[in-house]
Design a protein around this ligand. Sequence first.
Ligand code: PLP
Length: 423
Amino acid sequence: MDAGTLSDLDRAHLWHPYASVAAHAHPVARAAGVRLTLADGRELIDGMSSWWAAIHGHNHPRLNAAARAQLDVMPHVMFGGLTHEPAVRLAVRLAGLTGLPKVFLADSGSVAVEVAVKMAVQATGRGRLLTVRNGYHGDTFGVMAVCDPVNGMHHLFSGLLPRHVFADAPPGDHGRHLGPEGEREPSAPDPAYLAHLEELVARHAAELAAIIVEPVVQGAGGMRFYHPAYLRRLRELADEHGLLLIADEIATGFGRTGEMFGCDHAGVRPDIMCVGKALTGGYLTMAATLCTDEVAERVGVLMHGPTYMGNPLAAAVAGASLDLLAERPWQEEVRRIEEGLAAGLAEAAGAPGVADVRVLGAIGVIETVEPVDAGKVQEIVMGHGVWLRPFGRLIYTMPPYGVTPADLAAVTRAMTAAAAALP
Ligand code: PLP
């Protein structure tokens, strides 16, 4: 099908994320390594790792081989009452990586968070959660309730959602912040904010099942990096008041922030952890909710069971993706990306429409003063051969770990050009 027909039929029939059915989407013909090839022949560097997922790049021979091998053995069987080697191997790997021995294999990040909320409610018999403003945990109904109802994407539904307890967004910053005068020191933890957390937890503890947070990086709620001390204090408060701590590592997991998990910045082990996105290296839709033995014991029969739970194809690819991660020097690669982003985005810090430029691990963010014209920014970066998806006041990247210095420089040049063109 030619590019024009694809576009027309797409607009006639398909919804895309957060878009009307008539919205335009660019047809992609192929994806390999860090590059997407559009149906019209243009090549773009995938500066988004296809939404934090394709950490090894696209069309990786090892992941392809794992998928093909599993396809010939058993693409899928139900997980109710049956098990299989790819799921068992994956659970053992995840338990080893996280220190959380019990694993529920969910089929998307949102469902993994739904399961985490159910675990917390079943384990404690309490129904409310403490969550943080500017947080984002997914789009299903139970999960929308723990996202920020005011600033978030879910305000249309806010009247229909259970009422949880909201802490203010963490103030200050973490990671590397670049200004026109060079890098500035990240903020120290704010004692007033710590006191706010303490007061809120103490006031609501009797009705709270758990505290849910995105460790160290609030992703879709603003790409904000916050001080690990807040996460440490939340762990202590959960312990002091008999609450569970849920870490949503769906975006931050598997090395993106420079540590294997965001929690590792704070030396914190949660009671429940959600992983997804990069779990299958961006190949198949699988996520996981992990918990301690104690939580599993308190939960008993967990009331959740998706049809495609434990899908063997996804589990086999996830296993291969974790093998690849263990073999590649990802810490070094992410550190190199962090350096490249810091150097490449420094110039953007001086642009008049730019409020902040920040980098943490393999995440680079230009925060603008006013909301960006996403279409215009996309046009500029695509003109530089780069695929990004700006939103709100954010132009940001999280490239695959194998991105070359030249391709990374192309990404930062594209972002800098977009920043320079801000009104
Ligand atoms: N939690 C976090 C922190 C996320 O960033 C996302 C997706 O962006 C989700 C949960 C939801 O995951 P999914 O889109 O796979 O449902």
